[in-house]
Design a protein. Structure first.
Length: 263
């Protein structure tokens, strides 16, 4: 099966469009523009998914290949909030209130951007903000076995040498892999590819490999592309938080091609 949309015609009917707050999703000449307009307070999100918020039925499992050609209106050092595209299982989101969902532990395989104060230090030695190729599967049996030790581990990892020793096995148990990309890539048009296999994954930018890993989420997951003004703080050493930031200028994520092919 190939799902391909180059946005030369009407918006693909498979997409569910989300416009929260001061945002809009608009088809322009050959592109889909996900735009956040300036906002002083409150949450804003322009997003497309290939699942809806009633069923949360996710269609994608490995093996598959995703290719997205995209760019942002400004480089990563000027973007605020988060943005990206790829696959996740939508474990949480402020998009829709009063929606009953079964609790899910996070699974994701995507290209993800987070601007400070976003600080998600999931991979040892990789910054908690910036433009990344990333994946996680927190629902694996190996991850669940670690759950009873979470609080003691957080306490022990306040000491950096202990953190350096304890966290890499935890990282492997959660199937975490990340690679930091140049934030300036966001302002340029590039083609981003994910080869998602049952036991491994490869991320490429313009056919150049940027991350290879023997980890991979099990799925199912849904496709998502978005840009918003929120941030999250999640660190192995016990810092947690989140919120939204004001936007002083318009910011847009442009998609000119999305292709998902089952292998």
């Amino acid at each position: 099966m190939v799902l391909d949309d180059n946005f030369q015609s009407a918006l693909n009917p498979v997409w569910t469009t989300i416009e929260v707050g001061n945002s809009r999703v608009v088809r322009t000449e050959g592109e889909l523009a996900l735009t956040n307009l300036p906002v002083a307070r409150g949450y804003t999100n322009a997003q497309i998914t290939d699942y809806n918020y009633r069923s949360f039925e996710f269609r994608w499992r490995p093996p598959l290949r995703m290719s997205v050609t995209a760019h942002a209106s400004v480089s990563g050092d000027k973007l605020r909030g988060t943005a990206g595209f790829g696959f996740w299982n939508h474990p949480f989101s402020p998009d829709v209130e009063h929606v009953h969902r079964r609790l899910r532990l996070p699974q994701a395989i995507w290209f993800f951007f987070g601007a400070p104060p976003n600080d998600m230090q999931l991979a040892h030695g990789v910054s908690g903000h910036g433009w990344k190729a990333a994946l996680i599967d927190a629902g694996r049996p190996s991850a669940l076995l670690l759950a009873p030790f979470a609080l003691p581990a957080v306490a022990l990892m306040q000491c950096k040498p202990v953190y350096d020793m304890l966290y890499p096995p935890i990282e492997r148990g959660l199937a975490i892999a990340e690679h930091r990309l140049d934030d300036h890539l966001l302002a340029e048009t590039h083609t981003y590819t994910i080869e998602w296999r049952a036991d491994s994954a490869t991320f490429c930018v313009d056919e150049q490999v940027v991350l290879q890993t023997t980890f991979a989420p099990r799925g199912p997951c849904g496709f998502v592309a978005w840009i918003d003004n929120q941030y999250a703080i999640v660190t192995p050493r016990g810092r947690f938080g989140g919120g939204v930031v004001p936007l002083e200028q318009e910011q847009t994520l442009y998609l000119s091609q999305v292709s998902i092919e089952r292998k």
